[in-house]
Design a binder for this molecule. Structure first.
Ligand code: 5RP
Length: 230
């Protein structure tokens, strides 16, 4: 089975958790897109839920799929968020932000009673960090913020290049109007320490370490779905 089919299987497994009337956080990325697609099919068959998209891209997809949408201002508390991840470990600590949507993804996950991760099984790792850690920063003072990030990394026992994410030769601009710095660390021995250090830097808007947010993960592999719960 190809990776895309596995992603769809993980999405289908999470769909079974959705109940009528739920307030749902809708993730971003190729796996979350399968979830939105499957949810749209259910909605068009008469199932009523309300969704909060975590990116402009998901907003467009969900609207086309016929899913009723709201905002966190109208609906500040959600029942369930279903989202993908770039990496996760057995304690459901995640790296997210490969699709540059980490800020809204974290706000929405934090507003949810449950966050469920859907992914192909290859995303599960023993130690986080092979996937470069996305860090969302304000454009003002970029180089100064980058240096502070390097110092925070060293203080947390890791090291690696921190580079500006580009799109079409220019700095990628997130939905919130910020830039993304990607930290190629290889391994993150103490994600909690790194998260604390990064959050203390004024130019850092948010980082892609999602700690203590996910309650469950559905990981699709060749031999079926593995469910991890916390
Ligand atoms: O964090 C994300 C977007 O910011 C995505 O959830 C993450 O990049 C996984 O994407 P995909 O499902 O396409 O592998």
């Amino acid at each position: 089975m190809n990776v895309d089919a596995l992603k769809r299987e993980a999405a289908a497994a999470a769909l079974e958790l959705v109940e009528p009337g739920m307030r749902l956080g809708l993730g971003t990325g190729s796996t979350a897109a399968h979830f939105v697609d499957l949810l749209g099919q259910k909605v068009r068959a008469g199932f009523d839920v309300v969704g909060i998209p975590t990116s402009e891209a998901t907003h467009v997809q969900a609207e086309k799929a016929g899913i009723r949408l709201t905002t966190l201002d109208e609906t500040p508390e959600l029942d369930l968020t279903v989202d993908g991840a770039d990496e996760l470990d057995s304690r459901l600590r995640l790296i997210k932000g490969g699709g540059a949507a980490l800020l809204r993804e974290k706000i929405v996950a934090n507003a949810s009673t449950r966050m469920v991760v859907i992914a192909d099984a290859a995303k599960k790792v023993d130690v986080l960090g092979a996937f470069p850690l996305p860090i969302e920063v304000v454009p003002f003072g970029l180089e100064s913020t980058r240096r502070c990030i390097v110092k925070a990394m060293i203080a947390a026992g890791c090291d690696g290049a921190v580079t500006l994410r580009l799109k079409d030769g220019h700095a990628l601009v997130t939905d919130g109007g910020h830039f993304i710095l990607d930290a190629a660390l290889g391994r993150i021995p103490d994600p909690e320490a790194l998260a604390l250090g990064l959050s203390a830097i004024p130019g850092v808007v948010e980082h892609g370490l999602f700690l203590g947010l996910a309650s469950d993960a559905f990981l699709a592999g060749p031999s079926g779905i593995e469910r991890i719960s916390r």
